[in-house]
Design a protein around this ligand. Structure first.
Ligand code: ZN
Ligand code: ZN
Length: 380
């Protein structure tokens, strides 16, 4: 992993934002910048005009061994008190006139922000939005390799898991089998709670596995992903138990066509909302547009949901000049190296739903579908 390269890019971003230091508190961002995988720590970044930047990672005694083993290209300090306070004090001691310290606005609680104000009252703090996330959108080849491995693991589990789907079985027992097999095959964990939604419950776009039984006839949606070497995967397949009727077949066909249209639209420099339109248009034509109630996809990497989001861009709300500048950070076009999902779905209340989701890598001249699992309707 190219930690020095990432740190250098961050420093360039900070200079662009006109801040000379930053407190990185969001753990996936900390991990990205210095390799620490534990669950408590703060990275302080000091740009240092004309000199090499200084990065110091603050954590507590529980993580001293782990930090020593994992942290790359940053000094480690084991703090006596809260890591955030120690990091802020460290920056305050190095404060120069007019120095502004950026912090991750989306990842700081009101309580932490107020505590920060108390320990380092002289620090001039500035809200930053998704500065590290922007860097994380473009994956390095080594990151793509990890993602590919996670995708393949989940996909091979699906091939076995589909045999668990039969009438009378609970959704949660199917989910348990999936998660057990994933762990057995080496997954560090699941990217999110496994979704299994059968029959009428398949009309819930986010149906976490319950005690509901698989009916004799209806759709079953499986949506799950694994974490491997710190990187997530995400896939959805919908199968049908019993003979599908005409309406079920039409629904499935329309969602598959929409998904293929979405994939077809993925290439560098295309607006993210264009990909969303491409999928949405197919469903609208099939008269199912209003039952497609979520965005077409999202970025995947260290976190299961990362920028970019493939949705219609709303009107940008009026904000202060500063936060507008910060928010301009997330571009609205696809770039080579992004890994995204394409996952349109249709959900008919009281009847059932269909979703098909693949992971896709944006390449120099188009895209590569990473998920190898077939998409013809499986009838059980
Ligand atoms: Zn998913
Ligand atoms: Zn997804």
């Amino acid at each position: 992993m190219d930690h020095p390269g990432r740190q250098l890019k961050l420093v360039q971003e900070l200079e662009l934002h006109g801040v000379s230091a930053m407190l990185v508190t969001h753990l996936p961002n900390v991990r990205y910048l210095c390799g620490f995988t534990g669950s408590a720590g703060v990275l302080a970044v000091l740009v240092g005009k004309g000199r090499k930047p200084t990065l110091v990672f603050f954590t507590d005694g529980r993580y001293s061994e782990q930090a020593r083993n994992e942290v790359r290209c940053a000094k480690v300090v084991i703090a006596k008190g809260p890591a955030l306070a120690s990091a802020a004090e460290w920056l305050a001691a190095r404060q120069q006139r007019g120095m502004e310290v950026g912090f991750e606005a989306e990842h700081m609680s009101v309580a932490s922000r107020s505590a920060l104000g108390k320990v380092a009252s002289k620090l001039k703090l500035r809200e930053l939005s998704q500065v590290v996330e922007r860097l994380r959108m473009i994956k390095e080849p080594a990151e793509v390799d990890h993602i590919r491995a996670a995708v393949l693991l989940a996909s091979s589990v699906f091939e076995v898991a589909k045999q668990e789907i039969k009438p009378g079985v609970t959704e949660s027992s199917i989910a348990a089998q999936i998660e057990y097999m994933c762990r057995r095959m080496g997954a560090e964990g699941m990217s999110f709670d496994t979704l299994v939604a059968a029959g009428q419950r398949s009309a819930l776009p986010h149906g976490v596995a319950s005690q509901n039984l698989v009916p004799d006839n209806g759709f079953v949606i499986l949506d799950f992903g694994v974490i491997l070497a710190g990187y997530c995967s995400d896939m959805t397949r919908t199968v049908h138990v019993g003979r599908p009727d005409k309406r079920a077949l039409e629904m499935y066909r329309a969602v598959l066509e929409a998904q293929l249209a979405g994939i077809d639209a993925v290439r560098p420099d295309v607006e993210t909302q264009k990909v969303d339109f491409a999928a949405r248009k197919v469903l609208a034509k099939a008269g199912l547009g209003r039952y497609f109630t979520h965005s077409t996809g999202h970025g995947v990497g260290i976190e299961i949901h990362e920028p970019p989001s493939l949705r219609k861009r709303g009107r940008i709300p009026k904000r202060t000049k500063t936060s507008q500048r910060a928010n301009a950070a997330i571009p609205d076009r696809l770039e080579p190296g992004m890994v995204i999902t394409i996952e349109p779905g249709v959900y008919l209340p009281g009847i059932g739903g269909v979703r098909i989701e693949d992971m896709v890598l944006v390449t120099e001249n188009g895209c590569e579908v990473l998920t190898p699992t077939g998409k013809d309707l499986i009838v059980i």
